[in-house]
Design a protein around this ligand. Structure first.
Ligand code: ZN
Length: 254
């Protein structure tokens, strides 16, 4: 079962993709499932079919921007209304969903042990997590998961453009045809991560989409800030795994 667990439709402020074309592209790329995870909205994911469509499953999801960075809610039933990290994770769990730390170290410098205790999984590969500005974000996310192997590893393209769909994907061997994708991820039965890094320009292109969807001085300023932030991030270099996250053995070795 090949899954891309992070994708944005036109319900997100920085994407113009429709579900129909996303589905076409996902099938063409050989995906069996794709998660729709719009920024802070469940407007499109809510109406996704629960049965596979021409062999493609949809996973209803959301990406919540919180004070501790972005959190993916997968297999949810309704919108998550809060922007508070702890409450968002609780809301996802109350719906029976999985809470995943989205691209840790991409825009956040540290991950606290408390965050790891609360979530179900870590996005160990995000196709937009590479590029010279955040050159080690995926490596750090991977290392974080190796310290907490009891958590579920996930992977996604974080696609905002059709060309990105399927660039980050996880392959989970399915032992039955039940289509219980949540159980499949939770089983952590030798999942394989497929990587295909997106160029840094893709991020700038979706920032530009934001500008064209909501034109005005405010968005123009934000676009400028994005370019400045990317530059600063490039100069700052790698983030860190918080000292409270390191298990004793690794702490002693460093
Ligand atoms: Zn995203």
């Amino acid at each position: 079962m090949l899954m891309d667990l992070h994708c944005h439709t036109d319900a997100s402020f920085d994407s113009r993709m429709t579900v129909e074309r996303i589905a076409d592209r996902a099938r063409a790329r050989g995906l069996d499932a794709i998660a729709i995870t719009d920024h802070n909205t469940f407007a499109v994911a809510r109406d996704l079919p629960t049965e596979p469509q021409d062999g493609l499953y949809f996973i209803r999801g959301i990406e919540i921007g919180t004070e501790r960075g972005d959190v993916l809610g997968l297999f949810i039933e309704q919108a998550v209304t809060t922007r508070d990290f702890c409450r968002a994770v609780d809301e996802i769990h109350e719906q029976g969903g999985l809470a995943i730390l989205a691209h840790p170290f991409k825009w956040t410098r540290q991950v606290a042990a408390d965050s790891l205790r609360r979530v179900d999984g870590i996005e160990v590969y995000n196709a937009r997590g590479q590029g010279f500005s955040r050159w080690n974000a995926n490596a750090l996310a991977r290392r974080l998961w190796e310290m907490r192997p009891e958590l579920i590893p996930t992977a996604g393209s974080d696609a905002h453009l059709y060309s990105e769909i399927g660039r980050g994907r996880i392959e989970c061997p399915a032992s039955d045809e039940s289509g219980d994708l949540k159980a499949l991820l939770q089983a952590r039965n030798n999942p394989r991560i497929h990587r295909q890094d997106s160029s840094l320009l893709t991020e700038t292109r979706s920032q530009f989409t934001k500008l064209t969807k909501r034109p005005g001085a405010k968005q123009l300023l934000r676009f400028g800030l994005h370019l400045a932030r990317t530059g600063v991030w490039t100069l700052r270099g790698p983030g860190k795994i918080g000292p409270d996250v390191l298990p004793p053995a690794i702490e002693e070795a460093s």
